[in-house]
Design a protein around this ligand. Structure first.
Ligand SMILES: [Fe+2]
Length: 199
């Protein structure tokens, strides 16, 4: 019987394998962007689940990169929040998964309600707003705010915008492993008599 990788090993392995890919249109790699976002969360005193969400919020881009050439990792892919959340749902609770799922909607929300917000975006992030759905209607904004973990997604999003600084020193992936382990859902052990556990 082969043992599946733990959820934490699985995501860290994705960063080691694909994280040095440039975050298209930004002056940092995928891993640098993830570490900077998580470091901002930790310095702000965020709970471990939100630090984990900050580290993992763009993992959908790495999924896309694994499926194609490195230049397929586009900072404008509007689906990366959903594909990332779907991957994480196997091993992490909603307090991690939902802020990840909602971080693109959070950008749309903030651009809609805060007049100065679009100016905070990098050119690449401003460019991707359209493909991601553009500004929200009042009904969309109200529905977003009523979604569980919308508040967490909004604070994550503000760190996300700031986490694009070239050559910024941050802790390494290893620094964040204990926090990930603390919030991950332990792999389910096959029940006695489970056919998958025979042979
Ligand atoms: Fe991001």
């Amino acid at each position: 019987m082969t043992h599946p990788m733990s959820p934490v090993d699985e995501v860290l392995e994705m960063f080691w394998r694909l994280g040095s890919t440039l975050f298209l249109g930004e002056p940092v790699s995928q891993t640098e962007h993830a570490l900077q976002t998580a470091w901002l969360a930790e310095q702000a005193g965020a709970v471990p689940a939100l630090v984990a969400a900050a580290l993992l919020h763009d993992i959908g881009y790495l999924l896309a990169g694994g499926a194609g050439p490195p230049d397929a990792i586009s900072s404008g892919d509007p689906r990366h929040a959903e594909t990332g959340a779907a991957l994480l749902a196997n091993g992490f609770p909603p307090s991690v998964v939902e802020p990840v799922r909602l971080h693109v909607a959070a950008k749309r929300y903030l651009c809609t309600v805060e007049p100065g917000y679009p100016a905070l975006l990098t050119p690449a992030s401003r460019l991707s707003l359209g493909p991601q759905g553009g500004l929200m209607t009042p009904a969309e904004a109200a529905a977003f705010l009523a979604t569980p973990f919308a508040a967490e997604a909004l604070v994550l999003r503000r760190w996300d915008e700031m986490a694009r600084v070239p050559s910024l020193a941050t802790p390494s992936l290893a620094h964040f492993r204990p926090g990930l382990e603390a919030v991950a859902i332990p792999p389910r052990h096959p029940a006695v008599g489970d056919p998958a556990d025979r042979g």
